[in-house]
Design a protein around this ligand. Structure first.
Ligand SMILES: [Zn+2]
Length: 422
């Protein structure tokens, strides 16, 4: 039987059996986490990504999942950073058809860490945090987001064990190879999955304080390229047209469009231009990271970028731009907030405190919500120091948080719809 909820603010009475099943097997989830963390899958390394896919295939095929590789898209060739590897596919695993609520579980296989670097394995988990209350382990991707991938396996295993008593859940798992570099290979395939589902669950870690991440800003990138005319810098500088100067003016203009109070940031760099000091440079380029909070901010950014364009191949200097606004802002919708509040109650029953949080950072939830799928995010385990060599997980939060999400999924399935009963 699934735990009951009666809408907003009224409560979920007791932890459910799906979550209990997960908590009772916490040692199993920790060892699966260690297996995944010890596979280095940073920087779109094809070998590491394939090893991660093998682990997920093994775990989810055992639950009746049918894996399929969906071709990724080539990233625009101007996007920074450039990659050595070819296009990587999205691994999509579909569970048995039960005619129930359709839930899209989403996670990314990549980390930010160099597979050849010094941070390649998980510690034994015998140390505690500063307060001495939680067991912690460090490792590359341990919280971002291999802990979340383990949560997905744990929840689906628990639903499988519960069988019909957990209600019908038609699950799909989407495993993204390139989230840490913008999900440009995966965005279209993810957006295509969104309308086939009733709710999306993205297992990025919760905020350091335990809050869910139910809204996020948007992000993108632009390339500003300037073309001038090269001449000898000493002999006839007056005939030259300096592309670096033109680019610098464009960068200053973009900087003036920043408005941190509205969440609008345009961050220039890397910047390239010129080869030597005695030639007026005829080409220069800057990559600019773009962040915004809402649709209005996205529009402001489009205008700011368009405003720096000038000239033409026949009227130098020529400044042109290319724009990829790959992840739209994810506003907090009433439906997602209501689901988030239910999850907070379920988390509290498991001893995990959580509230409704926002992040300026982006994730694949931006893409799913942008494609119309109500999506909860930041529902993975709790840890911190993401993207640093002391990235850590609070080990007990792994099964407790997965348990609460498992209870939520069972509850949604039992009532046959995402919306709480009023
Ligand atoms: Zn992540």
């Amino acid at each position: 039987m699934a735990p009951r909820a009666r809408g907003h603010g009224v409560s979920v009475r007791a932890p459910g059996p799906v979550g209990d099943w997960i908590v009772a097997r916490s040692a199993r989830w920790e060892s699966l986490l260690r297996e995944m963390v010890d596979v280095t899958s940073g920087r779109c390394d094809p070998r590491g990504l394939e090893a991660m896919r093998d682990v997920l295939r093994r775990e989810l095929e055992a639950l009746g999942g049918r894996p399929e590789l969906v071709a990724g898209e080539a990233r625009p060739d101007w996007i920074w950073p450039r990659l050595a590897s070819d296009v990587e596919p999205l691994l999509v695993i579909r569970g048995p058809k039960r005619g129930g609520i359709r839930v899209l579980f989403c996670g990314h296989l990549d980390t930010v860490f160099d597979p050849g670097g010094p941070f390649v394995a998980m510690t034994d988990g015998s140390s505690c945090d500063a307060a001495g209350t939680d067991r912690v382990a460090t490792g590359p991707g341990v919280i971002d987001m291999k802990g979340g991938l383990v949560s997905i396996v744990a929840i689906l295993a628990a639903l499988d064990a519960a069988g019909a008593s957990a209600g019908g859940v038609d699950w799909t798992v989407a495993l993204v190879p390139d989230e840490e570099i913008g999900s440009l290979m995966s965005a279209r395939a993810l957006a295509a999955l969104a309308p086939q589902h009733d709710v999306g669950l993205v297992f990025e870690p919760c905020r350091d304080n335990g809050d869910l991440v139910l809204s996020r800003g948007g992000s993108g990138q632009c390339l500003v390229e300037a073309t001038g005319r090269a001449v000898h810098a000493g002999r006839e500088p007056e005939k030259g047209i300096n592309a670096v100067d033109a680019l610098a003016r464009a960068i200053v203009m973009l900087g003036e469009s920043q408005d941190f109070t509205r969440g609008i940031a345009l961050t220039a760099g890397p910047v390239r231009g010129g080869e030597t000091a005695n030639i007026v440079p005829d080409s220069a380029a800057a990559w600019v990271g773009l962040r915004w909070r809402d649709a209005e901010g996205e529009e402001s950014i489009r205008r700011a970028v368009a405003a720096v364009e000038r000239g033409s191949p026949d009227a130098l200097p020529w400044v042109r731009t290319r724009l990829a606004l790959s992840r739209p802002a994810k506003p907090l919708t009433p439906q997602v907030e209501a689901l988030g509040r239910e999850l907070c109650e379920l988390l509290a029953l498991r001893g995990e405190s959580a509230g409704i949080g926002h992040s300026g950072g982006v994730s694949d939830a931006n893409i799913l919500e942008g494609a119309g799928l109500p999506t909860l995010d930041g529902i993975g385990p709790r840890g911190g120091n993401m993207h640093r060599h002391d990235e850590f997980i609070r080990l007990d939060s792994l099964s407790r948080r997965a348990a609460a999400v498992g209870d939520l999924v069972a509850m949604i399935a039992a009532r046959g719809g995402v919306a709480p009963h009023g």
